[in-house]
Design a protein around this ligand. Sequence first.
Ligand SMILES: C[S@@+](CC[C@H](N)C(=O)[O-])C[C@H]1O[C@@H](n2cnc3c(N)ncnc32)[C@H](O)[C@@H]1O
Length: 240
Amino acid sequence: MQVIDTELFGWYCEKVDKEILGAFKQNETVFNQVYESHQWHLEAPHKRLLYFIMYGLLLTEGTPRQRILDIGGGITSLTTLISRKHDYSVMGIGIDPNVKDIGDFKIIPKDWYDFDIDHNSWDIIIANDIFPNVDQRLEMFLEKYLPCCGLMTLSLTYNNGVPKWYKTKRMDDSEILHMLSWTGAQVRMLLKKYQNRLDFSKSEITDFFNNLVKGTETIFPNKRQVCTVSLTGDLHPDHK
Ligand SMILES: C[S@@+](CC[C@H](N)C(=O)[O-])C[C@H]1O[C@@H](n2cnc3c(N)ncnc32)[C@H](O)[C@@H]1O
């Protein structure tokens, strides 16, 4: 549970990035290097910092095998590694269902909303860089998927600076829509509803909520702010 700031980024660049970048390069093959997400991670240290926070533990030596569902997960050279260590599934609307020779993992080429979760459960659900910047149905997502996981780890993108929006168009109609970035206050308002699922002390949660609305500091070239948060799912042993 943290807001990504320049201090964390400075520490990461100095102490960790060399190893993470090395891992992306070492595991590169002709099959995985063509994916957009892999290229983003090679090019951008801020993407690698997020990767480290969201996936780092899953890649460490001796980590127990987990059932992982990655919503909107990108294919990178480290997908190959994760799929060796875990029962890994990637769900995405843009994903190529015929991905081959990357690793032994399940591809679910679907909008998460349409997926039938009956009889499915996961130790960990990850959603990195999709909510609410790409998909604003975050609350619906939490309501649907928290009941069927042990832990959910999200990176959430918002914008406390000058309001930013995208002009876009309905696919089934000619109507023009304007999709406005969420602010930290909006992210906070939603997360407050789920704060009993944050495994932190009261004062840590208060600090985190304050940081969400605090400033416009950013490490990202497109000026967005990002926080990461883990919520306990209904299958977590401590869930009441
Ligand atoms: C900004 S990209 C992030 C990709 C990857 N997680 C990363 O960090 O490199 C957002 C991803 O979410 C996927 N996506 C968008 N809407 C989705 C939905 N409703 N259901 C599943 N995946 C979705 C897109 O196809 C895309 O791959």
